[in-house]
Design a protein around this ligand. Structure first.
Ligand code: PLP
Length: 382
């Protein structure tokens, strides 16, 4: 062990889903049995019940289940008739699927740099990116905090452009009392297992308050035909399994408590880093006023020492990850879009300087102290 390592080694994973399972184990097993007895595996009553529950939770009129968060984004673009030659304004600091949903339809993602405090799209830079080809603005509620929706909705309304929320990391997040997924034309959610509400596999959901868009999405996700074998347009096959629906329905009643617990841990991290006087070395998450941040991820900024800190954390049993190491405008597959290094300096800096620390509801205070101590040891080796 190097002399900078902490005395008693602990193991603190980035995320621990086993602890969560014990809270829902009985209900999940009962419901899984029920699905097998019914032998109704795709869509059906359980999926419809989940749609109603997610619509209520997200304060929207409609929710339409689909097979993944990536599909939700693609379906949202399809429902808005995004096609070749169109442009969609979004952030380069996000998961790949945000932009690939646009390029899959032959349209172009137009990137706009991020606000270095929140890592969300910088609303002040959006208007300059709008052209007569702009079909949508797609903010991502990164790490579980909503993008600045008032500013985004205002500029979108002024130009009559739809807003699609990539809320994959933000189910239950709030902005001035409004829920993620309820503010734009369409909200897109992911139930990938590591998300705050995660299934036992892939899953996704679309939310909208627009009856017409809801109807369109219901057609598009079943091959463009609500009546079997009669297709009004070409959709895709993106349905949710009943098995996923029962797992998600078992978890949903716990989601608020779990997200509050994450937020409590985040406040504790922030408190402890301030107490030991590390705030000049460790850039802490910024929570906007009037925001409900659900802390899907707890991301810190540490400058040029980032990779060395990652090694130090791993050597000491602390899970960590970089979200995301390559901004989307510099991805090889998007070279044809013509972006180059230096185009979005804040997104590029975030990719170089940030890392995530463990956060999940069941994280203990002892584990949290240990993580902070391991970080402290890195900056102030004894
Ligand atoms: C997870 C995620 C997605 C994709 O969701 P999948 O269910 O994995 O397809 C899209 N956007 C963001 C921001 C995500 O975090």
């Amino acid at each position: 062990m190097s002399d900078s390592s902490v005395k008693t080694k602990m193991s603190v994973p980035l995320l621990d889903l086993r602890a969560q399972y014990s809270a829902i184990r009985d209900r999940v097993r009962e419901s899984v049995d029920r699905v097998f007895e019914s032998q109704a595996f795709v869509l059906g009553a359980e999926v419809e019940a989940l749609e109603e529950e997610v619509a209520r939770y997200s304060q929207t009129r409609h929710a339409i289940a689909c097979a993944s968060g990536s599909d939700a984004l693609l379906l949202a673009m399809m429902a808005l008739d995004v096609k070749a030659g169109d442009e969609v304004i979004t952030t380069p600091h996000t998961f790949f699927a945000t932009a690939s949903s646009v390029t899959r339809l032959g349209a172009r993602p137009i990137f706009v740099d991020i606000d270095p405090r929140t890592y969300n799209i910088n609303p002040a830079s959006i208007e300059a990116a709008i052209t007569e080809r702009t079909r949508a603005i797609m903010p991502v509620h990164i790490y579980g905090q909503c993008a600045e929706m008032d500013e985004i909705l205002e500029v979108a309304a002024r130009h009559s452009i739809a807003v699609v929320e990539d809320a994959a990391q933000a189910i239950g997040a709030g902005d001035k009392g409004r829920r993620a997924g309820s503010m734009g034309a369409i909200g897109c959610f992911s139930f990938y297992p590591s998300k705050n509400l995660g299934g036992a596999g892939d899953g996704g959901m679309l939310t909208t308050n627009d009856d017409r868009l809801a109807e369109r999405l219901r057609i598009l996700h079943v091959h463009g035909g609500v009546t079997k074998y009669h297709h009004t347009e070409v959709g895709i096959n993106s349905r949710l399994d009943a098995l996923q629906a029962v797992v998600l329905r078992a978890k949903l009643p716990h989601l608020d408590e779990w997200s509050n617990q994450r937020a409590r841990h985040a406040r504790r991290y922030i408190e402890l880093f301030a107490q030991i006087g590390l705030t000049d070395k460790v850039g802490l998450p910024f929570v906007r006023e009037d925001a409900r941040h659900i802390f899907h991820l707890f991301v810190i900024r540490v400058g040029a020492s980032r990779d060395a800190l990652i090694n130090h954390l791993r050597e000491n049993g602390v899970g960590t990850e970089v979200y995301y190491p390559v901004p989307l405008h510099l991805q090889k597959c998007f070279q044809y879009l013509g972006y180059k290094e230096g185009d979005f300096p804040e997104a590029e800096r975030a990719a170089r300087e940030t890392l995530a620390l463990p956060i999940y509801p069941e994280l203990t205070d002892e584990q949290l102290h240990y993580v902070v101590d391991v970080v402290r040891q890195f900056f102030e080796p004894k």
